[in-house]
Write a protein that binds this ligand. Sequence first.
Ligand code: FAD
Length: 375
Amino acid sequence: MYELNEIQQQVQQMFKEFSDKHIAPVASKIDTENKFPLELFRRIGDMGFFGMRYPEIVGGSGSDVISYSLAVTELARGSLSLAAVCTMQSLMGTHFLYRFGDKSIFENYFLPALKGELIGAICMTEPNSGSDLMSMTTTAKITENGFTLTGQKTWVTSAPVADFFTVFAKTDNSGQLSIFFVPRNTEGVIIGKNIEKLGVRGSLTSEVSFQEVQLPKNYLLGNPGEGTKCLREILAEIRIMTAALAIGVATAAFNEAVEYAKTRVQFGKPIGKFQSIQTKFAEMSVQLETAKLYMINAARLSDLDLPRQKESMIAKLYASECAVRICDEASRVLASYGYATEYNLERYLRDSRFTLIGGGTSEILKINIAKELGL
Ligand SMILES: Cc1cc2nc3c(=O)[nH]c(=O)nc-3n(C[C@H](O)[C@H](O)[C@H](O)COP(=O)(O)OP(=O)(O)OC[C@H]3O[C@@H](n4cnc5c(N)ncnc54)[C@H](O)[C@@H]3O)c2cc1C
């Protein structure tokens, strides 16, 4: 179908083994404990995951996007909560520090975060500004010594445990966005309570408010007003990785339902021998394989530095919608056991819905795909 090179196969295998051995067995605990999975996060840091997309010269491995997407898929197959926080760290949490951080930010925050020693979070969404990012009201007023940051962010992944934040804000009346680095221990940074969620419950999420937070000039990441442009540069990768997260959780649901259908006997034969159950698996299989192809295609275009905005949106839209459908269908195969918390299927179904939202909702992606078509 698509041929992975030797390195891509090795990366996939390494994360597959780790996921099977160390993540899947504790995934249910991660879900119910409502606690940041720090120990596994650090171990994944030791495996070099957080540095995959950064050059070797800074301690990364300079991996291609295909390898990275395969690693994310394998982590998500074990636990979507864990994969979500790790992907957030390796991409959004550290990207702007790497691109624009000065020597002190780079050495004191970026490099430790690359090893998983520090946790980074991204603050864009606000209570009244979600898909419509440009409507945000957080401001960074220019002062003699730097900036005064004021505003309220919400849905910040890993905020309860984060060491630093990358915050989007407006610096003037032009309405353009700028990006700021904010260490957690800065005066005026207040972390709200954990938001209780339907799924990805091991990925802690909370509000963060910034109350007249004084920031020095060097905490502005990039040029003022260029936040949207900088975000656009990694948008395709964010979407490809959300597709990878979706494919991971869908694969877990699919595999477990296949095993169940082989062994659950009703009316004298395994339920997998009934045609209506077989049809479910055929349809799920087509969707899963198609989703993988879209993901790999978008990743391949990224690796070749070719236009990929439309392809990454298609990959994310298709994979997330399929993931929810596959987790639903797979849980029907287990019927009552798919409804029981003792089994994983109900968690997959809850978790999969996150992929419909992160990286842009389906509605927003459809609008933007249409725009790419010139409509
Ligand atoms: C688990 C989780 C983790 C998250 N982590 C982070 C994080 O770390 N940092 C961060 O900044 N944010 C984070 N978010 C927030 C996420 O990015 C937003 O939820 C997302 O951008 C959507 O915004 P919203 O929820 O406010 O929905 P809204 O934008 O209010 O949308 C509501 C509904 O209206 C639809 N809609 C909106 N505009 C249009 C339109 N023009 N046309 C048609 N339909 C439209 C949407 O598709 C959706 O169905 C997280 C969210 C979740 C669930």
